[in-house]
Design a protein around this ligand. Structure first.
Ligand code: F6R
Length: 610
């Protein structure tokens, strides 16, 4: 979704803004713009389409300019046009603003402002903010005061950055519901929606909280609240290096991230597996472990891929931690009347930690006095901060829009959580030890699957022109069927559906003919014999079957069209292996179709609007 970068310091601002915007591209966007001060005059350039289009509009630059803001827009209100791109200017062209989020009462405000004579140029909700600031500036003659007063009028969510030729030594920024960080350098400061935008310049950041307004100068900044009280926030050091957000020789972030999985999953488990005790340690949950063991019910809430991870978590936690689990889309949870008891615990799972629906579900659960834990990837993200406790998955930055390594790391962490609770209940030492040992074996087994990439690519070559796909699995691998189908549809635009294999005969079987590729996750687990029967049913109707099978399965080749083998592991951990060939299959199919896998159409990496 939309991205924000701001800079004030002694360096030329345009290259900093443009490289920051390129680092934000992965969030998904459809237009972009920059605004900067030259000799105390505001210049704004915007373009629909890619950052390269924007670069072409910025004139060759002689003058020195040291303060500016940049934005990538993912359209919500108004089409992705140059006019609707940010920054938006006030009528006199001396205040420029960029905004992430949605202003819910913008129509009412727009009518009032129009009545006062303000003229609107765009169809966006954002433009009302800059006119409101302008309105208050007339009275207050202070940018900070004008921004604060404007924000009092606004309902909705925002991360904003404002620059003005009227006060050319500062950026004013504020947040409510959309993340913003301040990067602290030497005699320079950055404002960003997301750490990758500024990571090449500084690792020292301040995470702004909802309700914070900050005035940022070259050499200092002041944070105040909406009610104008002074606020002190710690500078935190981000433990990220720049190579983690570069492609490192891979053609796409998605492929790099698929291939990183042996390492990323190891990072998720590092220091947490106590093999000799047949147990695990999760520092972030130390004060919560008694509550977890005593919980009557866990509610796992998430969206998209993270929701699929939650479904696998449900199988694990019910089987080995013996707790009833419900899995719910965060977008549904937040708007119904979830009945939460005193000993229910809500666990929110989110790679980005910024997904608007998941964040709202967390807030709703807290409002109902439930305990809320977070399982997030991005350190310091809103969900991580809003939760009472939690576990980071430590998968490292995930840039490709299609989530891959975050999914396997989420599953690893949910397995650890299962052992942690299970061992305090009836999970025997010997089985705890077995799970721990198998978890430690997974990186090598993932590498073994990745060696088969050419074989997966050859299968992609055969099927990339298909119009539809079915993905079928049972038990622990039913959520993998959903996730495999999601991967394919989001990056290849091929219609794909995932089902529990047994459901096939209740409807989807009507779709099966010689043109229909069907992916079966058919490893030798407790449902293997049943899956074989489902495969026979498909073959009897001439469907084309691609099977993900166990390495020691010697017979499956004779009944299916294509096989990709995965090493054996415990059934509960098998999704961490079976998803790998499905990620590769989706990737190669999209590549053969000539599509942009890292930035698929209409999608955003971090979905910060409802
Ligand atoms: C799919 C994908 C999305 C996300 C979903 C939730 O590849 O990336 O479905 O999983 O938007 O995002 P997070 O996990 O950041 O809350």
């Amino acid at each position: 979704m939309c991205g924000i970068i701001g800079y004030i310091g002694n360096r030329k601002v345009i290259p900093i803004l443009l490289s920051g915007l390129k680092r934000l591209e992965y969030r998904g966007y459809d237009s972009a713009g920059v605004g900067y001060l030259v000799n105390k005059k505001l210049n704004v350039f915007k373009a629909a389409g890619k950052i390269s289009e924007l670069e072409n509009t910025i004139p060759d630059f002689e003058e020195e300019t040291f303060i500016g803001i940049g934005h990538t827009r993912w359209s919500t209100h108004g089409a992705p046009t140059t006019l609707n791109a940010h920054p938006h200017l006030n009528g006199s062209g001396n205040i420029a603003l960029i905004h992430n989020g949605i202003i819910e009462n913008y129509l009412t405000l727009k009518v009032k402002l129009k009545d006062l004579g303000y003229q609107f140029k765009s169809e966006t909700d954002t433009e009302v903010i800059v006119h409101l600031i302008s309105f208050f500036y007339e009275k207050e003659k202070s940018l900070l005061k004008a921004v604060r007063l404007a924000l009092h009028e606004i309902e909705g969510t925002y991360g904003i950055c404002v620059v003005s030729s009227l006060e050319s030594n500062k950026i004013v920024a504020a947040r409510k519901g959309s993340p913003l960080i301040i990067g602290v350098g030497e005699n320079e400061h950055f404002v960003a929606s997301d750490a990758p935008a500024i990571m090449e310049h500084t690792n020292n950041v301040i995470f702004l909280e909802d309700g914070d307004i900050v005035e940022v100068f070259n050499d200092h900044f002041n944070i105040t609240s909406l009610a104008n009280q002074t606020i002190t926030r710690e500078i935190e050091k981000l433990d990220l290096d720049i190579s983690s957000i570069e492609k490192g020789g891979f053609p796409h972030f998605m492929l790099k991230e698929i291939f990183e999985q042996p390492e990323s999953i190891q990072n998720s488990m590092r220091g947490r597996v106590l093999l000799s005790a047949g147990n695990v340690k999760l520092g972030g949950l130390e004060n919560f472990i008694d509550d977890l063991v005593g919980a009557k019910r866990l509610i796992l809430t998430a969206c998209g891929t993270s929701w699929h991870a939650a479904l696998v978590g449900e199988y694990m936690l019910e089987q080995y931690a013996e707790i009833p689990v419900e899995v719910e889309y965060a977008s549904e949870f937040r708007y119904r009347n979830p009945i939460l008891g005193k000993s229910d615990i809500v666990i929110a799972i989110s790679q980005s930690g910024e997904t608007a629906d998941t964040l709202a579900a967390v807030k709703e659960a807290k409002r109902r006095n439930a305990s809320v834990l977070g399982v997030c990837n991005v350190v310091g993200s809103s969900i991580a901060r809003e939760s009472q406790a939690g576990v980071y998955i430590h998968a490292g930055p995930e840039i490709g829009v299609a989530s891959t390594k975050a999914f396997t790391s989420q599953l690893a962490v949910l397995s650890l959580l299962t052992v942690l609770i299970g061992r305090r209940k009836n999970l025997a030492f010997s089985y705890g030890e077995k799970i721990c040992q198998e978890l430690l074996n997974l990186p090598k087994k993932i590498s073994q699957i990745l060696y088969q990439k050419d074989q997966v690519e050859a299968i992609a070559e055969k099927f990339y022109e298909a119009r539809n796909f079915l993905y079928l699995g049972r038990g622990y691998n039913f959520p993998v069927a959903l996730e495999g189908a999601l991967k394919l549809k989001e990056i290849s635009y091929i219609h794909a559906e995932g089902y529990p294999a047994a459901e096939m005969k209740h409807g989807p079987i009507a779709l099966v003919d010689e043109n229909m590729p069907i992916v079966f996750i058919a490893i030798k687990d407790s449902t293997y014999d049943k899956i074989l029967s489902n495969i026979e049913e498909v073959k009897a109707r001439k469907g084309k079957v691609i099977a993900i099978a166990s390495e020691d399965d010697k017979t499956i080749e004779s009944i299916v069209d294509h096989v990709i083998k995965v090493p054996n592991t415990l059934e509960m951990l098998s999704p961490i292996l079976t998803i790998i060939p499905l990620q590769l299959l989706a990737y190669y199919i999209a590549i053969k179709k000539g599509l942009n896998v890292d930035q698929p159409r209409n999608l955003a990496k971090s979905v910060t609007v409802e």
